[in-house]
Design a protein around this ligand. Structure first.
Ligand code: ZN
Ligand code: ZN
Length: 228
């Protein structure tokens, strides 16, 4: 079982929440008798993140692990606030970045290669050149779910890595970083079933994906919830 709640994004899917530039989603993964709660990225601002989480009924103290996609402020900005409330969460990042005092006590793991973080939950490992970025792959009964932060290495490149290493992609959710036109065709060739673009995907690519995927295009932004 997988549930995804988008707790921080510059797009809004539900009233009463604050949209702001950045991305974060909360995942509950139940697999092989194991239940894990993960925060993927932390948005740009801690106060906004914690407020949105609270309004969405997500307990920051329940988070087992924080997975940072890449070391840009709109994905790491809320980490300090999360760790202040929950210093027991393990942090997985593809690169080192400046930590504030409280964070020096936490378990901080650099992920370089493809890694199984928990049952059915994998990091692709650090992809890309100058900006190292990891994506998450969650194996569900429906197929592989891919969560991306900004997709700086290229969303199609990330999906090719996933397809090669894990098999077909059922759903891809997150920031796709303004892919060029024709991206929907490339997604279809890769066998992607559902798409939920948000954050830095851009209007043109979002519109193209919405037209191409129809009812398999899921509206994404802060407040979006997906269960499978
Ligand atoms: Zn970025
Ligand atoms: Zn970003």
């Amino acid at each position: 079982m997988l549930s995804i709640t988008v707790v921080y994004d510059n797009h809004k899917c539900a009233s009463g929440l604050t949209p702001r530039w950045g991305f974060s989603c909360f995942l509950v993964v139940k697999a092989h008798g194991d239940a894990r709660r993960l925060l993927f990225d932390t948005g740009g601002d801690g106060a906004t993140l914690l407020e949105n989480m609270q309004k969405l009924g997500v307990d920051v103290k329940s988070v087992d692990a924080v997975v940072i996609s890449h070391a840009h402020g709109d994905h790491t900005g809320g980490l300090h606030a999360v760790l202040e409330k929950n210093p027991f969460a393990t942090v997985y990042s593809p690169s080192k970045f400046r930590l504030r005092a409280v964070e020096k006590e936490v378990k901080f793991i650099i992920v370089e290669e493809r890694t199984e973080l928990f049952n059915a939950v994998y990091s692709t490992g650090a992809l890309g050149g100058f900006i190292k970025e990891q994506a998450l792959v969650i194996q569900t009964e429906k197929g592989n779910v891919v969560i991306t932060g900004c997709a700086h290495p290229g969303i199609v490149k990330i999906l090719k890595v996933v397809k090669k290493g894990f098999g077909d992609v059922y759903l891809v959710l997150g920031g796709f970083h303004m892919p060029k036109s024709g991206v929907s065709e490339e997604f279809k060739q890769l066998g992607v079933v559902k798409v939920a673009p948000c954050h830095c995907t851009g209007i043109a690519a979002s519109k193209e994906l919405e037209t191409a995927f129809g009812s398999n295009f899921l509206k994404c932004g802060v407040g979006a919830r997906i269960q499978m």
